[in-house]
Design a protein around this ligand. Sequence first.
Ligand code: SF4
Ligand code: SF4
Ligand code: SF4
Length: 240
Amino acid sequence: MDKAFFIDMTKCTACRGCQVACKQWHKLPAEKTVNVGSHQNPQDLSFNTYKLVRFTEKVIDGKINWLFFPEQCRHCDDPPCKMVGDDMDESAILIDPHTGAVIFTEKTKNLYYEDIRGACPYDIPRVDEESRIIAKCDMCIDRVHNGLKPACVQSCPTGTMNFGNRDDMMELAKKSLAKAKKKFPNAELVDAEYVRVIYLTAQPPSDYYSFLSADAGDYAPVTRKEMFAKLTRPFKKMTG
Ligand code: SF4
Ligand code: SF4
Ligand code: SF4
């Protein structure tokens, strides 16, 4: 059964339970960090950090707002990372037929990292400089195949993170959007037609982080979203 996440960012308190749970389940080491005057910690995704809660301070209607973005791979419907990777080694990036999860194997060391990262509209893949293996969120595929929720979803205390059958998640996303719109008129579902990780934002995605949406903005000759649309086929069930 096709699976998906629904992540309701109007509920996120930035407790980082999801970030820690991801590390624990995958036995990933902590990052050495320095204080840069932000509560975000660490500052970026890495080979050892698949899930990162990003913090942004934004003035909205004259008031400082903290915007929290629990970032991870979107498990794209037709993933550009795999399309590019397949040209080098077709067995390096796989799609799990039971869930749709996009899985990076150890054979990613055979791929050109810069090309794989550059192909991702969300800037997700990260490399281990020594082994040259590329890593990212794997949808906790071992847990999901055994009937468990992903570790990040299991740990979330606020109802921000949800996981289940794709149709159910889309239904929940649409209902949550209608509710959120009453309080946040700019609320939107980000790129829902292309991905298996559907974010509901209270503010425009670019207020949180430049790679939250596949839209690169006006400065690019072709936006990431336009490139993505050319590379991928829309998921009709999700758009209704
Ligand atoms: Fe690949 Fe990036 Fe899509 Fe994840 S978000 S499946 S890394 S293209
Ligand atoms: Fe980490 Fe698993 Fe959540 Fe992906 S699904 S971010 S691997 S805990
Ligand atoms: Fe936000 Fe839930 Fe992650 Fe806490 S566990 S940071 S509330 S998504």
